[in-house]
Design a protein. Structure first.
Length: 120
């Protein structure tokens, strides 16, 4: 089970372990974004720091409804204690976990500041 908390601004957040090219893990706090249908969005430059492999660009619709192409990278994360390959898009803002990563899992959010977030 993956556990996190809801921020004061009511954003569900979890600790996400990113695996770099040498196998070392880096911790990032990621927002659980049910409006994002991808796997993962990382801040610009982070994928290269992790030695993720560039795989091109992918179309994306942003929160404001505009469309753009974002750089896409192949990488690995630790998800519920398992190494999982992901496609990470790069964009502005903080890390986001999308619904593709949570597919076939249960998401429970206690929607209040400091509320519990569970993905199982």
């Amino acid at each position: 089970m993956i556990v996190g908390t809801v921020s004061q601004s009511l954003s569900p957040r979890i600790d996400l372990r990113l695996v770099d090219g040498d196998g070392a893990q880096r911790l990032a706090i990621a927002v659980v974004d049910t409006g994002f249908n991808g796997y993962l969005l990382l801040p610009r430059g982070l994928s290269e720091q992790l030695d993720y492999v560039a795989v091109g660009v992918m179309p994306a619709t942003l929160a404001d409804g505009s469309s753009t192409d974002l750089p896409a990278y192949s990488g690995t994360i630790i998800w519920d204690d398992d190494e999982v390959p992901v496609i990470a898009l790069e964009g502005d803002g903080e890390p986001l976990v999308g619904v593709r990563l949570m597919e076939n899992q249960r998401l429970v959010v206690e929607m209040r500041p400091d509320g519990r977030v569970e993905i199982s």
